[in-house]
Ligand binder design. Sequence first.
Ligand SMILES: [Ca+2]
Ligand SMILES: [Ca+2]
Length: 380
Amino acid sequence: MNGSQRARSPARLSGGILGAVLAAASSLAAAQQAPAPNPPVKAGPPEVFAPKSLPQAPLAAPTTEWTRHKGNGGATPSGAEQKMLWLMNRARSNPTAEGAFLAAIDDPDVVSAVAFFNVDLALMQQELAQFPVRSPAAFDFALWEASEAHSQSLIARNAQDHTGQGTLVDATGVCAGWRISVFSFTESALHGHAALNIDWGTGGAGGMQSGRGHRLAIMGQPVSGNAVLSLTGLALVPESNPATGVGPLVFSGVYCRGDSQEQNRHVVGTVWRDANANGLYDEGEGISGVTASPSEGTYYAVTGQAGGYSFPVEAAGTYTVTFSGGGLGADVYTREVTVGTESLLLDIDTATDAPDQPPPPPVGADPSKVIPLILDLLEN
Ligand SMILES: [Ca+2]
Ligand SMILES: [Ca+2]
């Protein structure tokens, strides 16, 4: 029985065998762990998947803060959860680049798992290159609460399974159709993302899982019609009990399409600074307290502690989004975006994105500039 099989069969563990197996499991190399196979899917009625729209867009700047992208006083999502969200939405925006990225990861936990499962990285890249570009998912705190509760259940049961997870998701009342994933043996945000999107494990071709269900979830593959999975709750719960096999991070995630009462079209992104210049959002790089506001609409948003934000857009159209305040200090970033039927990804990385130029002072205010200007005019 190898590690992946053990991870897949927690329900068989019982009695005195449990302790021995758990001790063995805790000493297993992380490389031998894979996400729980065959993640469940719930399809929703296709009629609920039309974009929710108002008859016409409000013509004024928004005055209501959208707060569902964060919780716990802005501490949720955590930096690690925001990193998984950032990696997911970047992957959706360029699946081919995602395949190359996943194949080149040099993180030791990822490298050893890829080696253990003998992943065919060329096949993985071919598969990702066939994915369509898809719109991002917006973080939803209620869905995070469902995922967090499931991770706590996994910790309490020292398990990796989907028992009760769909019920928790349905109890939120948010989702029409959904995909769900778990990985009880996550080492880091990057390790978790790679495990799910490479979908390493047994049962399918090339050292990857049958059906690639975890990848379909991350990449937003519709469960009904052509409705991209537009909302998500990703929970990474720390677990440091040496007596259990699960940990050090217990991941549960839901990827769903909101029902007819929900806003499925958002501007979504991260305001951050790539302080270590590695091209990736990392924990601690988020910029909090930044207001992201469209030129017209009902809702604006303020970034949480990890730098994430989202706000719904009621009508397709072109908007100017302004980022200001909080950790940006005096800098202001303005971006023009055109929103179609689905959500739009809009990140600001202050390490590489230049802020707006401050307006020049009025010419008349500075005699040293006015006089040369007059002289210049007289000469011509
Ligand atoms: Ca543990
Ligand atoms: Ca970084």
